[in-house]
Design a protein around this ligand. Sequence first.
Ligand code: NAP
Length: 277
Amino acid sequence: MAELLPGAPVAERLTQDLKARSDALRQRGVVPTLAIIRVGRDPGGLAYEKGAASRCAKCGIDLRRIPLDDASSLPEVIRAVNDDPAIHGCLLLRPLADKAAEEAAGRLLSPDKDVDGMTPGSLAGLLTGRGGFAPCTAQACLELLDYYEVPLAGRRAVVVGRSLVVGQPAALLLQRRNATVTVCHTGTRDIPALSREADIVIAAAGRPGLITVDFLRPGQTVLDVGVHPGPDGTLCGDVAPEAAGLDLALTPVPGGVGSVTSAVLCKHTVQAAEKTL
Ligand code: NAP
């Protein structure tokens, strides 16, 4: 049977540290503050916002919610966020239906406040190792691996998915920690064989059940980033349920990577606030 790697203790440990750091900031007159911009009422976005609000409260972070009916005022809102010294971090809930508006927002947002790594400046920082926040979900994968003391240096990792939100940044973060990384995508031949060779598998393809037992072998650490509503209303991941029968370590869905993501958002916000001192 697989050993489950829940996200809750990872998030709790981060929260305790962040609450202490927020308290210290408040004593020095800085109230760590996050703005969340939501365009429309996508159920996934609303659920993420709710979870982030609860995590911010636990971490001592003030939250400003900025709901928008559509993306037309987005540039104006981002400029206002950039100009407001009381706001330290800004999350634009993604994906937006309007891709052009999403990209324009990424170009406008100040990289200093870009706590979810969406601006070209943040992504360049990630590539060069010269600062900038990584996208929260990718960073959450690293927080999980570190919490469960999974060795990275010299290990082989396969990341299935190459989006700028999860796959690519997760691969860069793993490489920075001296793992040897193979990034797989829809053009990759024989992903099961590549995946079986890896010590660490990050499943971020957004395809429910794609990672069957064929992709896996005993002894691996498998992080399931995928989140999909199942037919009965429950959530499932990219890893097939049968994987739980193998002798490996596996993050559950729900309750795995997703539950660490909002704690990472808080971590980045506190770091951004600390930088203003
Ligand atoms: P995305 O932008 O759709 O990217 C999916 C990536 O997977 C693409 O690079 C795609 O390859 C690759 N892919 C798709 N089908 C594949 C297949 N059959 N074989 C190999 N590669 C395949 O998705 P995303 O935004 O990265 O999100 C991925 C998943 O993570 C989704 O389920 C999403 O809901 C979830 N997610 C979770 C969190 C969290 O906090 N837990 C946060 C964000 C996203 P190509 O590039 O070749 O098209």
